[in-house]
Design a protein around this ligand. Structure first.
Ligand code: 13P
Length: 256
């Protein structure tokens, strides 16, 4: 079983939730439930929460990620944050190409690729999100959509860097809707992603890459999703804002 060799990663994506003081309080609840976890535990938080988040988790096994980054090192990009700024703070992970950014903020596969390469160059670990819209699934082009995203988003990313990258499969129709993909649907696409990675790189590289499922993952459905061979972890929105639920998902990943 290759799954056992891969790092299981449970990451919360807090989205636009929690002020700095609220972030500190939530992390103080998450730290004890994450203690001794048999998987990597990450909280990806709003930019303004990063400083307090890093301070709060110091000396614990909880890692901190950002929710986006710009591709340029510096310059006239009002409102943007560079990878160097994140790295200097001590941030380790960064979510890139989340469907909400693609839907509402004009993110394209080209900008996802630029951000991914910039993150890797700065020594950050990108969590690159891919996933199909409902009507794309209904038109039976899920695999085409995913294959295209993998090719474009990882264009010019070396095998060595790909191994530092986490791919999050997030079917857009399952995000925040309470409509989870079935474990079989999640496994089918995660296995397809791994096959595409093997075509792009090689089997060894594909087997080393952590692939997460995201979309209404919660304490009730996590165990079944995470039991699948190609589902190595989760990217969790709503349930990551409730320590007990997030803790239950961490437990499910630990049991794997
Ligand atoms: P929900 O878990 O709230 O559906 O969000 C999933 C997600 O978008 C994580 O990035």
């Amino acid at each position: 079983m290759n799954k056992a060799k891969r790092k299981a990663v449970i990451a919360g994506n807090w989205k636009m939730n929690k002020t700095p003081s609220e972030a500190k309080a939530l992390l103080q609840e998450i730290i004890p439930v994450a203690e001794g976890a048999g998987c990597e535990v990450i909280a990806c938080v709003p930019y303004v929460d990063l400083a307090v988040a890093l301070e709060t988790v110091e000396g614990t096994n909880v890692k901190i990620g950002a929710e986006n980054c710009h591709w340029a090192e510096s310059g006239a990009f009002t409102g943007e944050i560079s990878t160097g700024m994140l790295k200097e703070m001590g941030v380790e992970y960064v979510v890139i190409g989340h469907s909400e950014r693609r839907q509402y903020f004009g993110e394209t596969d080209e900008t996802v690729n630029k951000r991914t390469k910039a993150a890797l160059a700065a020594g950050l670990k990108p969590i690159v999100c891919v996933g199909e819209l409902l009507w794309e699934r209904e038109c039976d082009i899920t695999e085409e959509v995913i294959a295209r995203q993998i090719k474009l988003d990882l264009y010019d990313v070396s095998a060595e860097d790909a191994k530092k990258t986490i791919i999050a499969y997030e079917p857009v129709w399952a995000i925040g809707t309470g409509k989870t993909a079935t474990a079989d649907q999640a496994e089918e696409v995660c296995a397809f992603i791994r096959a595409e990675l093997a075509k792009k790189y090689d089997e060894e590289t594909a087997q080393a890459i952590t692939i997460q499922y995201g979309g209404s993952m919660n304490d009730a459905n996590a165990a079944e999703l995470l039991s699948k061979e190609n589902v190595d972890g989760g990217l969790i929105g709503g349930a990551s804002l409730v320590a007990a639920k997030f803790g239950a998902i961490i437990d499910a990943a630990t049991k794997g």
